[in-house]
Design a protein. Structure first.
Length: 305
């Protein structure tokens, strides 16, 4: 699979390069054709101007011996409106600008293909993840299949246990990871508030929580519909070109890496690197608060394609 992914990547890159080259050559040929047509027009105009000047010169020589025609002679000697030929030039800088744009576009294509290849490699470590209702805050409703969670304005009477969050609207995944690599994807379409990532099994579930790596949380979040942040210390504002509809989470426990990807655009969102994961990790799925008919959509764990 790794070999096939690399072959596909370079094959796509070659095709993209060939396409850009063909477009560049076609553009240059069109410019060359236009320049040749302009050149023919200019040569014709210049030849006409030379012919007129020769005729004037001949008349001037004939009249130069006749003193009664000085006035005519003067009129013939007056300058005529001619083209300023030194101002005519070929705009070669336009080709260089087109080349620069083509190379920039090629670089963007290369970055996109690299990111797609990287995401495909991460997806090889996909695992089945389900929500753990025993950890859910009483205002969170979990679907029967354990794949969806949303906030509800009803405080459910649920048995308290050491695993359950009682202050914040949090929930963990059932699965526990203490080594190796794993990957899962979550859909957040229609939501304007959510948190996603992984958390240490030993986190505080009953009191005030400060979600940072030092406290056992590696997450990214959306607030107010357009504010994306990583919960690093200090928090990092994330500038995303498009609003993600689905996010992939990749964890390399042994390397201390947690990475987030926009699944639809295959773009990288954020990575925690050089982390020390002491103990076991759980997927972490706070769906955000439902307020004034907003953020009612659930977080959905989706199969990895």
């Amino acid at each position: 699979m790794e070999k096939a992914a690399h072959v596909k990547f370079f094959t796509d890159l070659i095709h993209s390069t060939e396409r850009f080259l063909a477009e560049m050559l076609e553009m240059i040929e069109e410019q060359q054709k236009a320049a040749e047509e302009q050149e023919e027009e200019l040569i014709e105009e210049l030849e006409q101007e030379i012919t007129e000047l020769k005729m004037r010169n001949t008349k001037l020589q004939q009249l130069s011996h006749n003193e009664d025609l000085v006035q005519i002679y003067s009129s013939l000697c007056s300058p005529r409106n001619t083209r300023n030929w030194p101002e005519i030039s070929v705009k070669t800088h336009e080709n260089m600008e087109s080349l620069r744009r083509a190379l920039t576009q090629l670089k963007d294509t290369l970055d996109e293909k690299l990111m797609q290849t990287e995401l495909m490699r991460m997806q090889q470590y996909a695992v089945d993840v389900t929500l753990d209702p025993d950890t859910a805050h009483p205002n969170l409703r979990v679907s029967d299949d354990g794949n969806q969670v949303r906030h509800v304005n009803i405080f459910q009477k649920l048995p308290d246990n050491p695993k359950r969050f009682t202050v914040y609207l949090n929930i963990l995944g059932k699965e526990v990871f203490s080594s190796g690599r794993f990957y899962f994807e979550v859909q957040m379409k229609g939501k304007n508030d959510w948190t996603l990532g992984v958390a240490r099994e030993s986190i505080n579930r009953k009191g005030v929580i400060s979600p940072s790596p030092g406290n056992g949380y590696w997450t990214v979040l959306l607030r107010n519909g357009n504010e994306y942040l990583s919960c690093d210390y200090p928090p990092v504002s994330l500038s995303l070109k498009v609003k993600p509809q689905g996010i992939g989470v990749f964890v390399d426990h042994d390397e201390g890496l947690v990475s987030f990807y926009d699944v639809e655009s295959s773009s990288h969102i954020y990575s925690y690197t050089g982390q020390s994961f002491i103990g076991k990790l759980h997927p972490f799925f706070p769906p955000g608060q439902y307020v004034a008919a907003k953020n009612s959509s659930p977080l959905i764990i989706t199969p990895v394609n």
